[in-house]
Design a binder for this molecule. Structure first.
Ligand SMILES: [Fe+2]
Length: 295
């Protein structure tokens, strides 16, 4: 198994390994690489759906009902699901620790995924400010803004993990997005809101990580709305600066897994008419049962 680090240790490419016949030693090494590099991509894999479920169990408990076929065509151009910075389902009381994507078929260009390092981004803050953040808790909700607010904001306000652009939306598009409302409502009903730490300690790497994101973090507890918005906006700006970002380019047969405790992510455009087929899974790290690192 070969591990090739990217950038300053955010992201690694893993080769010379077959995930469907992996040994226990390699499983452990793979988990350690994930905690260290935060996003790892295993290349040259040929995996079927049943293999993917087993592969998910290398990293955590695949009890999360998370299988998702991600198929994207040119009609997706109007907006991108997952196109706003977020940590997956961070508002759920059984939030997923890891997300996995397997690329069965991807275009040569476009559709990159961006990752922002939520641990190293803290280096820009004074130690006193970090100490202050350690005392704070926040609330995550499925949507920060209403659909109307998001659309009228010309792309500055996200709608859950949807990113909007500076243009008019047709009635049909609006209807499609309204339909997604019912998905959000279902998810909201399923979720139990809980007060989360603004800074968490990663249970394996011991890194401190920022636990807010512009898609889902609604407020800081115990603050007036203005004060809370001001602090959150400062953190949102800080956490997605270019120097903390890794741009992953997909290839066919690539299996990527990231640690939602240590990175935010966002999807980017595919070109018109480019077909893309991926499979998404999520898992919960047993060390994260009952959200011990978030409470
Ligand atoms: Fe996502």
């Amino acid at each position: 198994m070969k591990v090739q680090a990217i950038n300053d240790g955010l992201g690694a490419i893993i080769s010379d390994i077959n995930l469907s016949t992996i040994s226990n030693t390699d499983k452990q090494e793979l988990n350690e690489a994930l905690w260290k590099y935060k996003v790892i991509s295993v290349v040259d894999q040929t995996l079927q759906q049943e293999d993917l479920e087993k592969v998910a169990n290398i990293f955590g408990d695949f009890k999360f009902n998370s299988f998702f076929k991600v198929e994207r065509k040119s009609s997706e151009q109007s907006y991108i699901f997952g196109g706003a910075w977020h940590a997956d389902l961070s508002y759920l009381d059984n939030r997923p620790t890891y997300t996995m994507l397997y690329s069965a078929e991807v275009p040569e260009e476009g559709g990159d995924t961006l990752f922002a390092d939520q641990s190293t981004c803290l280096e820009q803050f004074e130690p006193k400010f970090v100490e202050h953040l350690l005392t704070l808790k926040c609330k995550h909700l499925p949507k920060r803004y209403s659909f109307e607010e998001a659309v009228h904001s010309k792309g500055t306000k996200s709608y859950g993990a949807y990113e909007f652009f500076n243009r008019e939306y047709s009635d049909e598009e609006t209807q499609r997005i309204y339909k997604s409302e019912s998905i959000f409502e279902t998810i909201s009903e399923r979720s139990t809101e809980f007060d989360q730490k603004v800074l968490i300690t990663h249970p394996h790497s011991n890194n401190l990580c920022l636990n807010v994101n512009p898609s889902y973090t609604k407020s800081i507890l115990g603050m007036e709305e203005d004060e809370s918005d001001k602090l959150l906006n400062l953190l949102f700006q800080a956490q997605i600066q270019n120097k903390y970002i890794y741009r992953l380019k997909w290839k066919n047969g690539m299996f990527t897994i990231w640690d939602n405790r240590q990175v935010l992510h966002k999807a980017t455009y595919t070109h018109d008419s480019d077909y893309r087929l991926m499979f998404r899974y999520m898992a919960i790290d047993p060390s994260d049962a009952e959200n011990c690192c978030y409470n």
